[in-house]
Design a protein around this ligand. Structure first.
Ligand SMILES: [Zn+2]
Ligand SMILES: [Zn+2]
Length: 59
């Protein structure tokens, strides 16, 4: 199970569980603007690749 972190580790923007977010393999979590513009797809904590977090559809 993924731990659903609630905010971006860079800018602390709140991230909705069903919204767009990016994570690395160690579950560092970032918002889309930080991932694309600041980190350019690479986790600043561990150097891992950031990928879009799967969204769990409840509907
Ligand atoms: Zn951010
Ligand atoms: Zn990481």
């Amino acid at each position: 199970m993924l731990e659903m972190k609630e905010k971006c580790e860079t800018c602390e923007t709140p991230l909705a569980a069903d919204g767009v977010a990016y994570i690395c393999t160690f579950e560092c979590t970032f918002c889309e603007p930080c991932t694309e513009n600041v980190h350019q797809g690479v986790c600043p904590n561990c150097g891992g690749k950031l990928v879009s977090r799967p969204v769990k559809k409840e509907s």
